[in-house]
Design a protein. Structure first.
Length: 276
């Protein structure tokens, strides 16, 4: 009993410590976003309380001068098209690999694994030339194509779920005259809702937080997304940490709200996909 109590105490202490480590920077950033430039000059500490807890002037400055409204719009367009394409292509690919019998099927799976292991930065020169030759450089289509066509993880997530669906459902549908696409549309895809929720959340957060691809393939300021708009504060607001913190809070809030509302789908999706 003593060992069990000590072990439980250590578990709770580790959880409390991890919570403090995660929440402390967020709390410091939020408090900083409510401070005035004079308070920041006083250097009372990152966790010092602001004189006016309802000072939202920094948020107005960050939203206006950082062109956050246009950035949210561009990010929403990229998210909808890229995530929708990832779900469609990933689920179809997983269905074809698991249900169809063709030569070199194991080789295809192996090539998918090899592609996932290759660091993306090593292929950026070739990728940039392809994007430029397609005429989509400095357009919203550049990140959309890259996000949609390079997600190998979603294929494996869908593959685990497709393997858990009994083949007898396909056979029964074929006896009723259904073809392969009808089986996918009316049987397979509706049963992939947990996998779809998992891919949408994980892929959506990845696209939302990504900085490298939009910064490299959309250098125009009119095509800024959330991450690159926040990067603009390095210029005229390079030393105004209160404005930078306000912009960071605006960027974090949507993902935080979505995660808190849909976190059970993430956990259920991964755990169900791991078993058959």
């Amino acid at each position: 009993m003593t060992r069990r109590a000590v072990a439980r105490t250590l578990v709770y202490l580790s959880l409390v410590l991890a919570t403090v480590v995660v929440l402390l920077p967020l709390a410091a950033m939020f408090l900083t976003s409510l401070k005035s430039p004079g308070e920041m000059a006083d250097d009372g500490g990152a966790l010092a309380l602001p004189d006016d807890p309802l000072n939202f002037g920094n948020y107005r400055t960050a939203f206006r001068d950082g062109r956050m409204a246009a950035a949210f719009g561009n990010t929403a367009v990229i998210l909808l098209v890229a995530v929708g394409g990832t779900v469609l292509i990933g689920s179809m690919t997983a269905y074809a690999i698991d249900r169809f019998t063709f030569r070199f099927r194991k080789l295809v799976l192996g090539l998918f694994l090899v592609a996932a292991l290759v660091p993306g930065v090593t292929t950026q020169v070739a990728t940039f030339r392809i994007v430029d030759s397609l005429g989509v450089f400095d357009t919203l289509w550049a990140p959309i194509l890259l996000y949609t066509g390079t997600d190998i993880v979603s294929v494996y997530i869908f593959l685990q779920f497709v393997r858990s669906i009994p083949v007898s459902l396909d056979e029964a549908a074929r006896l009723d005259g259904a073809n392969a696409f009808t089986i996918y549309r009316k049987i397979i895809f509706p049963l992939l809702k947990p996998a779809v929720a998992t891919v949408v959340i994980v892929k959506g957060i990845t696209v939302y937080n990504d900085f490298y691809i939009p910064f490299l393939y959309m250098p125009s300021e009119d095509l800024g997304v959330i991450s690159t708009s926040l990067f603009r504060f390095k210029g005229p607001f390079g030393a105004h940490w209160e404005t930078i913190s306000a912009g960071a809070v605006l960027v974090i809030l949507p993902t935080l709200i979505v995660f808190l509302c849909l976190q059970r789908y993430i956990y259920n999706g991964f755990t169900k996909g791991a078993t058959r």
